[in-house]
Design a binder for this molecule. Sequence first.
Ligand code: GCU
Length: 434
Amino acid sequence: MRRTVALLLTLGLPGMVASLARAADEAAPAYPPASELPARAELPDPLVTFAGGRVRTRSQWTEERRPELKRLFQHYMYGDMPAAPRDIKFTVEREDRRFFDGKATKREVTIAFGPAGAPKIQVLLVVPNDRKSPAPVFVGPNFAGNHTVVKDPTVALPTAWMPAHFPGVTDNRATATSRGTQVDVWAIDDAVARGYAVATFYCGDVAPDHPGRVDGVFPSFREPGRNDGGPTEWGAVAAWAWGVSRVVDYLVTDHDIDRERIAVVGHSRLGKAAIVAAAFDERLALAIPHQAGCGGTAPSRGKVGESVKQINERFPHWFSGVFKTFNTQPERLPFDQNGLVALVAPRPVLFTNAVEDQWANPEGQFQVLKAADPVYRFLGAGGLDADEMPKTGRLIDSTLGYHIRPGKHSMGREDWKVFLDFADKQFGKASPPK
Ligand code: GCU
């Protein structure tokens, strides 16, 4: 039986326009085009404002510079993210208290929100049973559907468009033959064994990963009658990040979850979304963008790995139209990805990489953390306790953390061990079951 667990405020006008508006503090002033911005080879200092002034006090950071950086990232790179919907509804579709041989409870929750026609997000939540207090949780989007990350014939199949290259996809739709094919990617049993819950959703529920912005959240959040949101329309990375926040909207209502210990995780393109989500949503207490690379954790400046031009040409729907004007001049961006990390401060962030994944520029990512460190120090939050890249396999577990392992571009159980070690260090142990 379906059970509606929460119904928050409903919009006066069923429809929308209110939810199309950005939050008041996000209202963007007119910013100059890329060609009029100064070219700078080095990563810009997040503690210097757009107008060139130095941030000297904590309140200048939180009340002026931080909101400014959020506006700049939306305007020049990710596109404008809508405010949180005011009409959001959570429905628990299924619950199994004997999941993982009784070690966990599985809950599947549908999240619905306006404007009319907006897609629904299906969440798979697995919570450890053996615990004395609410569980810390990892939340993040997955690539191929909730039904792929556990072996369970009852998990709902996604209905949205899906790339053909994933196993068991027919006519760009998921089928039951793909159940359980990504169990080792999410390693949910490992997280549960260490006292953590995991909440995940299919990224395509929010934004199917194909060019055109024709489905997912895009059409519903445009002005009625328009089929293009203009040069600052949000891209898929921002939409996936926004989807993470909608799942957090649910998690903070679930009594089994510790709302102070919500970590966001994502791999690669979804790692880009993870760091954006943490930058924009302060309820996320820790961020692990795994092998996120260009447009996420690697610098836009420089020549190593994927370039801004390459990513914009191959994936035109990931970022805003304005970001493409930096294709041949990324050094004119008024920020770099250290500014995105700075938006997460003082909360912990771990960058995880692999030696053979040079496309994601692991060394450049280390430099990004170094260039975010001054903001963490300024806020008295620690920082990156390393001057040089650590040896392969050695975790730097300071507030800004870093890890590089042997091997390729992938996410799996050995990565989860590092994620869990870092979360234990930063959150305090999650009282694992005996
Ligand atoms: C491509 C893309 C990367 C991305 C990766 C992934 O390699 O160029 O930016 O991170 O796909 O999502 O796996």
